[in-house]
Design a protein around this ligand. Sequence first.
Ligand code: UN1
Length: 506
Amino acid sequence: RAVADRERLLMAKEHLLSGPIIGGTLLQAGDGEAVTSPTDGRRIGTVWPAAADMADRAIAAARAAQPKWDRAGGPARAATLRAMADALEAETDSLVALLSLEAGKTLNDGVAEVREAVDFCRYYADLAERQFAGLAPLPGPVGETNSMELRGRGVFLCISPWNFPLAIFTGQIAAALAAGNAVIAKPAEQTPLVAGAAVRLFHRAGLSPDLLALLPGEGGVIGPVLTAHPGVDGVAFTGGTDTAASINRALAARPGPIIPFIAETGGLNGMFVDTTALREQVVDDVILSAFGSAGQRCSALRLLFVPEESADHLIETLKGALDALVIGDPADPASDVGPVIDEEARAALIAHRDRLSREAAILHEKAMENAPAGGSFFAPLIAEIPTPDFLEREVFGPILHIHRYRRADLPAVARALAARGYGLTLGIHSRVEGFAREVRDLVPAGNCYVNRSIIGAVVGVQPFGGEGLSGTGPKAGGPHALMRYAVERALSVNIAAQGGDPALLN
Ligand code: UN1
């Protein structure tokens, strides 16, 4: 059905137009810019990039609408978020089609992404209901009442990535809204159409249009205006580590109050296998973690550490499993891996492949018979690196780096990985508890996975997020997710001074 919808989408105007949405209206001035598909380079839609002067307007509207939304309380906001979850579910097919068209997502990845967006809305609705239900009593001396509540901060700026243009986009917005904020959403430049579709769904689900504006950016024009804007009370960001660092600097340079910055950034994720691991399980989990979503997840596996004794056999099996993947049009149900996001991403991967062939060894490269012409396809590959610290930074795509280690060198190898400063996902394949504990103690990671794949954290089940260069926390989809979107207010009342009636001021 999604394949058929993909074709119908080419006709359906609304999903294929995006741009600034302020007060619920899409602002179209001039011809706009082409949005192209990574699958074949074809023009699929139009985006009108936000002009710098639109920030004032969107933020003023958001500021005016926010207090009422905050006062309405968590339970009322939860109802709107649940309506959004239902709206997303009802739109699943066209969203999967749009994700495939604009972001090059396979149908399986698209379905999982819509599911995740739905889960974020429902999970944060539950948190809003429980954590934002009003004043919660605290202990105190006789004659006094003490209590505390969480309130929204004001206007949150949500800056989201192209690799989860629906799930992370919706998740950040849902978190900010759940906590009582209004939102200015700045989607990735590569995926404005999915963002536009999601914003329209929020509005149709009953969210007051002024509480959520969309400002798609281009060439770094709107982003810096928004991060410098005095009307922004907090920033949520998911994307590259370097971009996070530059936003952090921009926020530090602002006059006025210090505002929270919630960042979820890159990873240099390793998986450690020992000689007791089950080979079939390792192969399944490595292939999915390294090549699923064309390796374009911050959680993806980059570095596989295998013991010398079993390395040859494992590598041979991995080559066979890589060959069994189908690379092709992501809208074809047979495809396991689609394109990378754009030509710039492909060029960076080609440059890295050149370095690998010069300074390391490319063990195997997948043939790409089915890739459509004109698309940004990159042949997934497995390389062997000579030293554990060969990779300095995240390489975003379907490249698996393998390093053989001797048992006696495990601490040194693990320390070399940890020294890079990232701390997102970590995989361990072993049936020996001591091995798992040793690796876990040596390599910091926000999410450690044992004897399973290291991608696909489920909202509420695997709260997701990293440490160090990988982000600030709190974890998305976890019980503390809303805390930094909120302010804490304590109330202490001397009831003796109000005639002993605790109801007067509480
Ligand atoms: C990202 O790739 O930017 O666990 C983060 C996972 C996803 C990763 C999302 N939650 O694979």
